[in-house]
Write a protein that binds this ligand. Structure first.
Ligand SMILES: [Zn+2]
Length: 127
């Protein structure tokens, strides 16, 4: 058995304003709302899908790099986190037909773009 170390890099690093308590992502040292100082804050990554779309053509390259198997359409969306901030993320779903607005998602920091996976309900199997 190999233990996979939980990397802190997998968490989303945002910031929280000390003035108006707004949470921002990506992290910024100035609040976009009031301009006050914002301190680094780790985001939970838990949220729900706010809106989404399917990327049906390859993004401009560079910076986009097609996977070895070539481009395939993928879903991208905005996830509204518990902290109230919306994060753009690639939706990692098996089937695009499964994507629903409001579905619970867990966002982790990926390479470049954050990734969002459906949150697995505890103690619920099939339906
Ligand atoms: Zn502020």
């Amino acid at each position: 058995m190999t233990m996979v170390p939980r990397s802190p890099a997998a968490g989303l690093q945002g910031a929280r304003c000390s003035g108006c308590s707004v949470t921002v992502y990506p992290a910024d040292d100035a609040c976009p709302r009031c301009g006050g100082p914002a301190d680094p804050a780790a985001l939970s990554g838990a949220g729900t899908l706010w809106t989404w779309t399917v990327q049906r053509y390859a993004p401009k390259s560079p910076p986009y790099q097609a996977p070895p198997g070539g481009f395939e359409p993928f879903a991208v969306g905005y996830v509204e986190l518990e902290e109230g901030v919306r994060v753009a993320a690639v939706l990692e779903v098996d089937d695009l037909d499964d994507v629903r607005i409001g579905m619970p998602l867990t966002v982790t920091a990926g390479q470049g773009v954050p990734r969002a996976r459906p949150t697995t309900p505890v103690g619920e199997e099939g339906s």
